[in-house]
Design a protein. Sequence first.
Length: 424
Amino acid sequence: MTVRSTETGRGQRCPDCDAALPADEQYVAWCAACDWNVDPGAPDPVPGRAEALRRRLARRYGERLFAAMDEPARRDPSGVLAVVVALAVHTVSAGLAVAGLLLLVLGWGHGALPVIGALLLVLGCTLRPRFGRLPADAPVLRRPDAPRLFALIDEIAAAAGTTGVDVIVLGPDAGAHVTTYGIRHRRLLHLGLTLWEILTPQERVALLGHELGHFAHGDLRHTAVVARALDTLALWLYFLAPGSAPGLAQWFANVVMAPPRWIARGLLSGLDRLTLRASQRAEYLADGTAARVGSSAAAAGLLDRLLVTPSADNARRREAIVASRSSGSAARREAEEHLWERVAACVALVPEVEYERLRRVGVRRGHAADSTHPPTHLRHRRVTEGVQHEASVHCDTERTAAIAAELAAVRRRLAQTAVGDAGR
């Protein structure tokens, strides 16, 4: 939780406008009337030049799109160009492999041509697009493992105009995202339990609606062609990164690899910028889906919870450390059993005045989930000031309990892992 950073005593009044200050000792003392001490934290870390430009563009696009989202959608030339660039990237990868194979077969017996062909073939196969895999070290749920949860996701997907997911991967974090895996591009939903547990049932519906909305609205970054191209370019940069070994050979290799490294970096930066506006529009559309399926109030509540996910993560770590120091195996098992409830209880104590302060800090700093998202305060405004929706999908008490029972074993496993990691 945010810790008070001033020496102002409770029960006092604002030194600037004499308004009464909040009286909660656990949170920052600030003035809602004049914003005195609203943002006492340290400035955001200064990013590199490229990341700073990316953030400025993201904020600019987010602000422009906020004002233009109600206008009819138009074909985005940058999106078309992004697909062209992505296809060119895949063509290069395939071309290396094909050229290598031809040199290896047709150049056999012609000096060094087969050797060059073998090198190109290996390089092309190494730099080929990856299709993603299921994580080996995280719980994976399939339909037979959690039929009620998958049924809820299917209902939300139908309301959003898309289909559900093939697997759900659970983690201890405070995030959620959708992606695809495998050559058949099966759909995967990642759910972080720290986020899931601090949400109300209807906010969970909004969360699932938001994530499935990325599939429903054709988010450019979630398409197979563009997503794999971004991954491939990142892989190119990894292999082309300059080595640090001493010697003339390494220096020569770094010099030779510099031009393709610059090209790869330029392509990655260009493709990222070409998809940035479309990605931000997709986030606004996904928020709209969240409001339609879960209700506008639930979508706004979800966005508020995202403001306190750092506090939720800290609460999870703190509770895990306390549990790891419990005396006796019975006490430790009890602490593990109730880890997630205690994290949720910590977040439930956050007062509305603290949420309001965090919203104002977000306006000042232009905070967003990351540089592919519009500023969170603009997303919140669009949900709360736009057309208000009632929920089209409901998660009642019986359904909530059934889903909790399906997740019980995974909750215990992730709690045990968190406590074990904290005790090391």
